[in-house]
Design a protein around this ligand. Structure first.
Ligand SMILES: Cc1cc2nc3c(=O)[nH]c(=O)nc-3n(C[C@H](O)[C@H](O)[C@H](O)COP(=O)(O)OP(=O)(O)OC[C@H]3O[C@@H](n4cnc5c(N)ncnc54)[C@H](O)[C@@H]3O)c2cc1C
Length: 485
């Protein structure tokens, strides 16, 4: 008998979503991630849970409807990570005419079959707070509802849920060889130690590494795919309102400027072909200038490349001919052990696509029914429109929390916050502090429950506190984590 029913290579959103789905359907799952969970493309997404207006423009009505249905699902199962927001598109005289934008948004409202979020509206920005940050000529904007998500925490909490359902999650574990017979035999370098085990089926969700995994690990012809990198920039906060701006750039692309971690604004995305090592995806000066230009067409406050405090980039593969929906390939030819490959796709439909990918295995196993659309992710067992009450309750219970601190903690841990803060009555009960926000208690929790091993795992993926943490605190954090291992 094989050691596992399903081994998964890759701990990005696709791999973690498959692990969650399969473990909850009763399979014995092992997830192998060579670095940290979500450290690659999955923490560099545009952070949107949406129907995607650009798809609507290309008349992908069914796709938009399916994505908007998934938006509702996410609000139900991850109300801590997924926040509804108002998006505002200022009408620009040189771009799409206002009647077209208004009609598109009315259709967008209709395609969101289950109402719940406010409908789209026309706004006179000369008398509306969203106009405050915009240049003078803008008189009208169109508002609509969509959601933002903490992408890297979505990966981590999917893995946490997979583990709750019995999956073994291995970070720092690189699969170097997978031999296929009637079962799979895998060789893994697991934190420096060679480990060999067997699995009845294999799932590959190696993102931009899929070509090298095919060639070097599976020793198969690689899929015909091209790598693309997606780029975003982080600058100081450019607007006070709690909405996302959607700007039409001169090449007709839609550029988003969204609130990012309280004091910052995230501007993206720009994408282009990628070549090189997927572990090192960097933006060049022209990528940065492109996004600054987009912001400067609309915002009063100028954004210069020197204002960029962080770049956020990731690469992934798109099958040729280009398949924006992402791809799922399944193969169990000639009685050989099954293999499913999941490539690309967006965050919004990741749960659904993982469900479809795992469902390919139903002829091979007795599996329980699909379940992930209704079961909350860890900490997400409250209604999405009660987020503010959850924050208030947290502040009543832990009176030392400020409003922004409670917002961050509820947004990250939801109803599991008690597991992080326990019965602390004062901040000093939470151990040493690292910067104004991070405490020893949170660090220990992330190490023991969410596989954090190094400071960056905490500062850039399980939180974004790296944006504000002074460098001496980072050294103290590294020392604390080393001593806590
Ligand atoms: C051009 C483009 C545009 C996109 N636009 C959007 C968008 O608008 N909206 C949106 O929501 N999403 C978008 N995405 C999708 C998003 O970036 C990712 O595709 C998604 O998060 C899923 O990523 P993944 O899990 O496949 O890959 P990744 O997150 O890159 O994960 C792959 C993981 O596999 C691991 N790995 C590789 N080889 C091995 C090995 N041998 N052993 C162990 N581990 C290994 C890597 O370390 C990595 O962590 C876009 C993607 C692309 C390419």
């Amino acid at each position: 008998m094989a050691d596992y029913d399903l081994a998964i290579i890759g701990g990005g959103l696709n791999g973690a979503s498959m692990a969650r789905d399969a473990a909850g359907r009763g399979l014995r799952v092992i997830l192998l991630e060579q670095g940290d969970l979500g450290a690659a493309a999955s923490s560099a997404t545009p952070r949107m849970i949406h129907g995607d207006l650009s798809v609507l423009e290309r008349r992908g009505f069914l796709r938009v409807r399916a994505a908007l249905a998934e938006r509702n699902t996410w609000l139900k199962i991850a109300p801590h990570l997924v926040r509804p927001m108002r998006f505002a598109i200022p009408a620009h005289s040189g771009e799409r005419p206002p009647w077209l934008l208004r009609s598109a948004l009315l259709l967008y409202d209709r395609l969101a079959s289950q109402p719940g979020l406010p409908a789209s509206a026309t706004v006179d920005v000369t008398h509306h707070p969203i106009g405050n940050a915009l240049k003078r000529p803008f008189g009208t904007a169109f508002e609509y509802s969509d959601c933002m998500v903490d992408d890297s925490r979505l990966v981590v909490l999917s893995a946490v849920d997979a583990a709750v359902h019995g999956a073994e999650i291995c970070t720092g574990a690189r699969c170097v060889r997978a031999d296929r017979g009637d079962i799979w035999r895998l060789v893994v370098i697991d934190r420096g130690r060679r480990r060999v085990f067997t699995a009845r089926a294999l799932a590959v969700a190696a993102g931009a590494w899929s070509l090298t995994v095919a060639e070097n690990v599976l020793r198969q012809p690689p899929p015909r795919a091209a790598a693309t990198q997606v780029n975003q920039i982080v600058v100081r906060r450019l607007f006070e309102t709690d909405n996302v701006y959607v700007f039409q750039h001169s090449d007709r692309r839609l550029i988003f400027a969204s609130p990012y971690e309280r004091d910052f604004t995230l501007i993206g995305t720009a994408s282009r072909a990628f070549k090189g090592d997927p572990a090192i995806v960097a933006m060049d000066a022209s990528d940065i200038a492109y996004l600054c230009d987009a912001a400067n067409r609309y915002f009063r406050e100028r954004v210069e490349p020197s204002d960029v405090v962080r770049t956020v980039s990731g690469a992934n593969l798109v099958l040729q001919p280009a398949d924006r929906d992402g791809s799922i390939m399944f193969n169990a030819r000639g009685g050989k052990a099954p293999m499913v490959t999941m490539l690309g796709g967006d965050v919004t439909t990741s749960r659904l696509r993982a469900e479809r990918a795992v469902s390919h295995l139903t002829p091979f196993y007795a599996m329980s029914p699909r379940w992930t659309a209704t079961a909350p992710l860890p900490g997400g067992d409250f209604a999405w429109d009660r987020f503010d009450q959850e924050v208030d309750s947290a502040r009543e219970r832990w009176r030392f929390l400020t409003e922004p601190q409670a917002q961050r903690l509820v947004g990250a841990y939801g109803s599991r916050l008690a597991d992080v803060l326990g019965d602390a009555r004062d901040r000093t009960d939470l151990g040493p502090g690292f910067g104004p926000e991070l405490t020893g208690a949170e660090v220990r929790y992330l190490m023991s429950h969410e596989w954090a091993r190094f400071p960056d795992d905490i500062l850039w993926r399980r939180s974004k506190l790296g944006l504000t943490l002074p460098s001496q605190d980072k050294e103290a954090l590294a020392a604390f984590m080393a001593a806590s291992r």
